[in-house]
Design a protein around this ligand. Structure first.
Ligand SMILES: [Zn+2]
Length: 257
């Protein structure tokens, strides 16, 4: 019963759109690179410069850099899990996550982890529950599926399944805004602190304002992803999504062969 209530709560939260990036699938097509030759030459040069500047020793296949999105679905992954403030995450990120939260607190901006690891099975339950909720409201099966796709991450396509992602909100803002995940939280100084200092702890804001084309997810001011310090600093400095960053690493590895 408790589980059902939890699921219902989560489904309602999803309806409000707050789970969107936390894996919702938007109907955005993948970025295409059709441009004039002059522009593509310029883009190529910029790309080459970025490839040359990539941090040393980082590989596209590093476990911290696993990409999960609606184009790259993954079966349930195996890794050790531990809790931070009662929220389960991959054990390997416990220390950096605790340091990140401690840093925020020390700066005067206590933060709350809202969500961490979610299993593929759990995501499937959330998905099914959402469809059921819409159908109970009188929507057709087709409409229920459409609405669910809009707000809930497709099972096997949510980054939360990696255990490397956490939704983190400034505690005060979160509690005074109905415990909702809203992009407007970035107006809050505490949320800004999290966004501006994430890289110091090896995290990036995963779904940036400019990143939607490559991530497939709208801007989310609360969804942080661990990628390691060197990668986080590089990605933040150059405003790269994880998809773009991994593509650069792959290009470097291909060129080295
Ligand atoms: Zn999330």
């Amino acid at each position: 019963m408790l589980k059902r209530n939890l699921l219902r709560g989560l489904a309602l939260v999803s309806l409000a759109g707050v789970l969107a990036g936390c894996g919702a699938s938007q109907s955005t097509s993948k970025a295409t690179s059709s441009s004039t030759s002059a522009k593509s030459t310029k883009t190529q040069t910029k790309r080459q410069r970025l490839i040359s500047a990539l941090p040393k020793g980082v590989k596209s296949t590093d476990s911290d850099l696993v990409v999960v999105n609606k184009w790259h679905k993954r079966a349930e992954m195996t890794f050790n899990k531990s809790s931070v403030d009662g929220i389960e995450v991959r054990s390997s990120i416990v220390k950096p996550l605790e340091a990140f939260l401690a840093g925020a607190k020390k700066a005067g901006y206590p933060a709350t982890i809202v969500s961490g690891y979610r299993s593929v099975a759990y995501q499937k339950e959330v998905w099914d529950q959402s469809i059921q909720t819409y159908e109970n409201q009188g929507k057709s099966a087709k409409e229920a599926l459409k609405l669910t796709k809009e707000y809930v991450a497709v099972p096997s396509g949510s980054e939360h399944e990696t255990g490397l992602a956490a939704d983190i909100m400034n505690t005060h803002w979160y509690s005074t805004h109905g415990n909702q995940l809203l992009s407007s939280s970035d107006k809050n100084k505490g949320q800004q602190w999290l966004i501006n200092h994430a890289a110091d702890y090896g995290f990036v804001l995963r779904f940036t304002k400019d990143g939607k084309q490559s991530t497939g997810i709208d801007y989310e001011s609360w969804h942080f992803r661990y990628v390691g310090k060197a990668s986080a600093e590089f990605m933040t400095k150059h405003n790269l999504t994880l998809e773009q960053y991994v593509s650069l690493l792959q290009a470097r590895e291909k060129a080295a062969k």
